[in-house]
Write a protein that binds this ligand. Sequence first.
Ligand SMILES: [Zn+2]
Length: 154
Amino acid sequence: MQVYPLSKSKKLNNLCRDLSRVLNSNSFFEELSKFDGFEYSSDSDGVVDGNEVADAIKYCTIDARVILYRPWWRWSKVNGYFNASKAIDRIYINKYSFDKRDYRSCANTIMHEIIHLVDHWDKERSFSHGSNSPIGKAESAPWKIAKLVVDKFF
Ligand SMILES: [Zn+2]
């Protein structure tokens, strides 16, 4: 899968380019396959592991499109979201916090939302993180894989 920017921003362009590169690299899939079952995940035979998420990413037929938006409340704490009922290929990123945060932090947010997109696309498995509180979610697929990507590839 590829990641494309829908808003004009050099930083966003670069992030989409770099994330596309990671999402199509063998070294990423190798690292990902080392993870045992993710918390908050499930499929027909138990939990979902890194190999299964790697397969989902490889076979995902949807390319991610990232758009910067201005939340109606200027100080919204939301950094980004994916909402399948709005669009199955869109990742919405809060422009105000995007402009303030560093490159790696923004890469983390976009990668997190990409996992939600792939999770939604994959009807056989579920690998999200329940409620939106980040507390105790480090071992869920979105948090753990986004951290891997930033730690190893950014
Ligand atoms: Zn999330």
